[in-house]
Write a protein that binds this ligand. Structure first.
Ligand SMILES: C[S@@+](CC[C@H](N)C(=O)[O-])C[C@H]1O[C@@H](n2cnc3c(N)ncnc32)[C@H](O)[C@@H]1O
Length: 154
């Protein structure tokens, strides 16, 4: 195994987890900054051409893990690898953000769902070749359908 090294940290408007939108239909439109350490700045060369990025980061405020748990989006328990729970064996988060602009080591982005100060492990351009109609959303689609039946106008 390799030893992970941090490449930077997230500047986010969120100081506590309760303030981060969650649950079905939650929108992640908050703006933030990915502050990359100066020694990695040259690795950002040509990143401006990409509209969206994958950010790979550490759930540094999470403790322990549970293999079966409940997500805020559903009453039923699910396996951790079928959810985006912070409480996972390797506490790694993955968020797709929109790149608004680059200012040296600072990537201004929209769509953060991390706490302020969250450590960043990696950044990659977001590329998806999977057509929407080939994607299956598992239990989440069932939870969304159930919610639509309960709240037809939501
Ligand atoms: C459901 S997770 C999804 C994160 C990411 N989009 C993913 O799929 O891996 C998002 C939640 O993680 C929690 N969170 C955000 N930053 C965190 C951090 N640095 N340490 C621990 N938990 C964090 C917050 O409760 C937030 O609502």
């Amino acid at each position: 195994m390799f030893k992970p090294q941090l490449i930077g940290s997230v500047r986010s408007p969120y100081r506590d987890t309760a303030s981060i939108p969650r649950g079905l239909g939650a929108k992640h439109a908050a703006e933030g900054v990915l502050e990359i350490l100066p020694e990695f700045e040259s690795g950002l060369t040509d990143i401006e051409g990409f509209s969206h990025l994958f950010v790979i980061w550490v759930f540094d405020q999470a403790t322990g893990f549970e293999l079966i748990g409940k997500a805020p989006t559903d009453d039923r328990p699910h396996g951790v690898f079928a959810t985006r729970s912070p409480r996972r064996p390797n506490p790694i988060g993955l968020t797709v953000v929109e790149l608004l602009r680059r200012d040296g080591c600072a990537l201004h982005v929209r769509g953060v769902d991390m706490l302020d100060g969250t450590p960043i492990l990696d950044i990659k351009p977001y590329l998806s070749s999977i057509p929407m109609d080939a994607l299956r959303r598992g239990w989440l689609a069932e939870a969304e359908a159930a919610k639509t039946q309960v709240e037809p106008n939501s």
